[in-house]
Design a protein around this ligand. Structure first.
Ligand SMILES: [Zn+2]
Length: 367
């Protein structure tokens, strides 16, 4: 509706005299406090949260592709299972991240273990000395790797957005950013990309029951493969069901206590790894760290356990209260129970953790 014109005679009419009021101070613009608050928020925000263009969108897209586009992916849904593996390798190829695929011996209808090598593949093993030649005593063993691992299978009937498209999406982005780090303020001074072979990002089949901790499990097969090499035991972080939204009322009292955060669990001998990891994440997220040798059955329920049984340090990175989450392993494990902001901050924390890990530092050149 158009505005009504102001009658001319009203404008021309002389105004009644108004009593003189003391000059009032010019009112403070209403937007000033809001601007000051925004600036303060910007300055006090942990760096990096919004500095990687497209990161959050990539995470959401990958979760959607796996959970909605592909759906339940396991040995009795072999087509979907293979499509999930193909999606992971296609993204790594598109981003130029070197990777290899390793079959799981003897496992039925199982796509391969996928291992990405951001920073480049490990050096080929040194030639063993010829029979009869004196042993090379001063040859240092290859460095112990840091593995970041996520399983990409689901239980039958579950779309597996949280368990574990979340972990797959987080580690795909972590591999991408480790391999070709964008020039952002948050990472100035970080030794990125890591030296060849120092950090591996692994995607495992057959983590869920009935394969968990059996020889058909991808992580069990890969741990056995690495145990047969001369490299000493390393450190592994299993990324499993990260980003459960407290808004979805899924994670009970722990989520209420710890808010939009993550949980890190480890057994006593892996305490140093859990504490390093929690420290790297805590700049950006609330972290509930549990290191215990009694109770806490949830701590052992992922791929890292296959490695700790070979003397590795292993930690689980998951959501607070994950053991109480009703939608895990259920048809309601859909993308809406995830908060992509938690996943985004987890990626940034993992990149920083991997870059600062002792394994990621190149050894000093010899004399
Ligand atoms: Zn899982």
């Amino acid at each position: 509706m158009p505005h009504r014109a102001r009658p001319r005679d009203l404008a021309a009419r002389p105004r009644p005299a108004t009593p003189q009021r003391p000059a009032a101070r010019a009112p403070r613009p209403r937007w000033l406090p809001a601007l000051a608050a925004s600036l303060l928020l910007l300055l006090t925000q942990p760096c990096g949260a919004q500095e990687i263009p497209g990161l959050r969108a990539n995470l959401e897209r990958t979760v959607h592709e796996l959970a909605v586009g592909i759906g339940p992916r396991h040995q009795d849904a072999p087509q979907a299972y293979s499509r999930a593996a193909a999606r992971i390798t296609a993204l790594l190829s598109r981003w130029g991240v070197p990777h290899e695929t390793i079959p799981v011996p003897g496992a039925r209808n199982t796509p391969p273990i996928i291992v990405a090598h951001p920073g480049g593949p490990p050096a080929p093993p040194a030639n063993p000395p010829a029979p009869g030649a004196p042993p090379v005593l001063d040859m240092p063993p290859p460095p112990a790797p840091l593995i970041l691992g996520a399983h990409y299978d689901t239980v039958p009937g579950a779309p597996g957005a949280a368990d574990n498209a979340s972990g797959v999406a987080i580690l795909l982005e972590t591999a991408r950013l480790l391999h070709s780090p964008p020039r952002v303020k948050a990472w100035r001074g970080l030794p990125l990309p890591p030296p060849p072979g120092a950090v591996r990002v692994a995607f495992f089949p057959n983590e869920e029951a009935p394969n968990f901790m059996t020889t058909a499990s991808g992580s069990v097969a890969y741990a056995a493969l690495l145990a047969a090499t001369p490299a000493p035991p390393g450190r592994i972080v299993a990324v499993d069901t990260v980003g459960l939204s407290p808004r979805a009322a899924e994670t009970g009292i722990l989520a209420a206590l710890f808010g939009n955060g993550v949980a890190v669990g480890a057994r006593g001998p892996s305490g140093p790894l859990a504490r390093d990891l929690a420290a790297a994440l805590a700049d950006r997220l609330p972290v509930d760290t549990v290191v215990t040798d009694s109770g806490g059955a949830w701590i052992d329920r992922s791929d890292h356990t296959a490695f700790t049984s070979h003397g590795w340090q292993g930690a689980l990175l998951t959501s607070p209260g994950v053991a109480l989450a009703a939608c895990v392993h259920a048809p309601c494990d859909t993308p809406d129970i995830l908060d992509p902001r938690i996943m985004e901050k987890t990626v940034l924390g993992l990149v920083e953790f991997a870059a600062r890990a002792p394994h990621a530092r190149a050894p000093a050149p010899g004399p």
